[in-house]
Design a protein around this ligand. Sequence first.
Ligand SMILES: [Fe+2]
Length: 152
Amino acid sequence: MHAWYLDDPSHPVPPERLAAEGILHWALPTTEAEWAAPLQAIRDARGYVQMDQVHLGPTTPNLDGLCQKFWEEHLHTDEEIRFVVAGAGVFDLRDTADRWMRVHVAAGDLIVVPKDKYHRFALDDAGTITCKRLFKDMGGWTPVPRATQTAA
Ligand SMILES: [Fe+2]
């Protein structure tokens, strides 16, 4: 995981700064034999009872349309939890001063976007990602678009 402000890419954003914004991160191993147990421990501790897997890549139907949707700034009324199994991507997240923080995630990264935090997602240049999506329940999963988009 690497994080930086979009308007100041030369200065990394440390994990403590992300944590102060409610953004949680774990660096887990990259093989299932190694990440299965620690992932389950996190699920048990945080009540992530549901999990599925999603994939985005060149063969995904309507990839451009999906990516366009994920790039629209939005929030959720519950946490958005992603564990990257393979590939990579970027989450842009608004800090409390409305600045964009960019978090690049790759295999082994588990990120929690807190509820009510404006964000957007994109693939990186590799163009593919496979993620586990974790949920406390299915109730929080309507994206709420930002009414007034702010220039990046
Ligand atoms: Fe989202």
